[in-house]
Design a protein around this ligand. Structure first.
Ligand SMILES: *Cc1c(COP(=O)(O)O)cnc(C)c1O
Length: 427
């Protein structure tokens, strides 16, 4: 499938029915799987044979859809999770534990920031946050002997900063750790981080991939490129025997291509159970079948809206990575030449109150915490998703109190602009 174009992978990747089998991915709505002998099942528990035994760990429907996303990203193995949050958590917790340290971009999704800075900190994992446009010196200074990974977002939600993936990958690899990239906003249609040196790619599939606001979900893709065995002391979980699986060493048994995802499935899914329901995986796949078409329209609408607000007298500023003159324009041209995303951030003159008045006056765009949906929606992060941050944390995350995150759907851009225009008239 490697030689096929991304459009074809969106439609047909991951699942190839054999003679007489269903054309569409079957929903395997079963918690459990039947075996003829205890020995057969024992082999599964020992990870000696591959197969399904309990949907808390793995389900065929999920694996078909994960295989499609794996192909789209150009990885070697992938798994679905119950949410993007679970994907972020697993991607880090699979290689870091109490006493370890992670370097993360400061411009990340508010939920991820909370997970890292509050919840995982409570678990004993420490994070150092660096600005995506920090100097190489600052970036390298963030590493410690116990650093286990670097984390960032291709296009940050909601700051829309574009990460210099190559630069961050180089720094991570120089310190012997992998780069984990959250590619939710770009999607593999617009950017494939593995091609730029990322080692692990994660998604909130809840956004563009599902695309219809139907199901919460996440995904983790491993590139298979990071050589854990070069640093066995750093990554003992992958390079030394797992006593909970009869002394299996993941890198020995499953190779670099499979070790990371097998460990995450065998340990983290087993213990935390953050599996996506097969029904949601089926819906996610329907979304993936049109991802390449929808992303084009999202990007077209995003650029049209960005250009409109850029010249509007009631708008203080606009951020859209594909807009000429934008702070992130050059990086967007490099990493996202075909378009960035449908999300445009802007500030309404008059600050917080004006932003709230603008939001209230919109007719077509709905106020939602959701983003990256076929239907246009918008959010005022300072009073919603990022409300637990103080002003300096907000500033570090690239968010000002007047910021409106406007997520262009796939409606007509004429109607979106007309809606914004009438709402600005009321401010
Ligand atoms: C929404 C989002 C998440 C969290 O995903 P959920 O599916 O809501 O758990 C993570 N990263 C980014 C960039 C997001 O936009």
């Amino acid at each position: 499938m490697e030689h096929r174009k991304i459009d074809t992978k969106c439609v047909q990747g991951g699942y190839t029915p054999k003679n007489g089998e269903p054309r569409q991915i079957p929903i395997v709505q079963s918690t459990t799987f039947k075996y003829d002998t205890s020995e057969d099942m024992g082999k599964l528990f020992d990870l000696e044979a591959s197969g399904y035994f309990y949907t808390r760990l793995q389900n065929p429907t999920n694996d078909y859809v994960a295989a499609k996303i794996c192909e789209l990203e150009g990885g070697t193995a992938a798994m679905l999770t119950s949410s993007g949050q679970a994907a972020s958590f697993f991607s880090v917790f699979n290689i870091a534990s109490a006493g370890d340290h992670i370097v993360s971009s400061s411009t990340i999704y508010g939920g991820t920031y909370n997970l890292f800075a509050v919840t995982m900190k409570r678990m004993g994992i420490e994070f150092t946050f660096v600005k995506p446009d920090c100097s190489d010196e600052e970036l390298n200074a963030a590493f410690k002997p116990n650093t286990k990974a670097v984390f960032g977002e291709t296009i940050a939600n909601p700051a829309l900063a574009v990460l210099d993936i190559e630069r961050f990958a180089k720094a991570a690899h120089a310190h012997g750790v992998p780069l984990i990239i959250d590619n939710t906003f770009a999607t593999p249609v617009n950017c494939r981080p593995i091609e730029w040196g990322a080692d692990i790619v994660i998604h909130s599939t809840t956004k563009y991939m599902d695309g219809h606001g139907a199901g919460v979900g996440g995904c983790i893709v491993d590139s298979g490129k990071f050589d854990w065995t070069k640093y066995p002391d750093k990554f003992p979980g992958l390079c030394t025997p797992d006593e909970s699986y009869h002394g299996i060493t993941y890198t020995e048994r499953f190779g670099l291509a499979g070790a990371f995802i097998t460990k995450a499935t065998a340990q983290l899914m087993r213990d935390f159970g953050s599996i996506q329901s097969p029904q949601n995986a089926f819906l996610l796949n329907l979304g993936l079948e049109s991802l390449h078409l929808r992303m084009k329209k999202h990007c077209e609408n995003g650029l049209a809206v960005a250009k409109f607000v850029q010249n509007h007298p009631k708008i203080a500023w606009v951020t859209y990575p594909s807009l000429e003159g934008d702070k992130w324009y050059d990086l967007a041209q490099k990493y996202l030449p075909g378009g960035s995303c449908g999300v445009v951030s802007f500030g309404v003159k008059g600050g917080r109150a004006a932003a709230e008045k603008f939001m209230k006056s919109l007719r077509l765009a709905a106020i939602e915490t959701h983003v990256a949906d076929a239907r246009t929606c918008c959010l005022h992060p300072a009073s919603a998703t990022h409300r637990q941050m103080n002003d300096s944390e907000l500033a570090a995350a690239g968010i000002s109190p007047d910021l409106v995150r406007f997520s262009c759907g796939i409606e007509s851009s004429d109607d979106l602009i007309a809606d914004i225009s009438q709402a600005l008239d009321k401010v």
